[in-house]
Write a protein of this length. Structure first.
Length: 95
């Protein structure tokens, strides 16, 4: 029971993590390369890891409460967005 609450709490907290990029991007140093690329890659990595964690907790951990279902949908969108951002970064880097 405690494991399910912990997994749900971690997945819920990870939903809000990508929005913390907005205050960071207000700093002038965060807009210059290579800092901008590194920041974006870190956020993409956290989004992908959070999505994988949520999917694993939902399927293998059998954490299937309503909040976890919402987390699963949001993290699914984050995974799709993260993969798309990686593809865009790769396309501009190697073109």
């Amino acid at each position: 029971m405690m494991k399910k609450k912990l997994f749900t709490a971690i997945s819920t907290v990870l939903i809000f993590f990508p929005f913390t990029i907005f205050p960071i991007r207000w700093n002038p140093w965060a807009l210059e390369s290579p800092a901008a690329e590194i920041i974006i890659l870190v956020y993409i990595a956290v989004m992908l890891v959070g999505g994988i964690f949520t999917i694993t907790a939902y399927t293998k951990g059998k954490v299937k409460n309503n909040l976890m279902k919402i987390c699963l949908v949001v993290h699914g969108v984050y995974i799709a967005g993260g993969v798309a951002m990686l593809a865009m970064m790769g396309a501009t880097k190697f073109s």
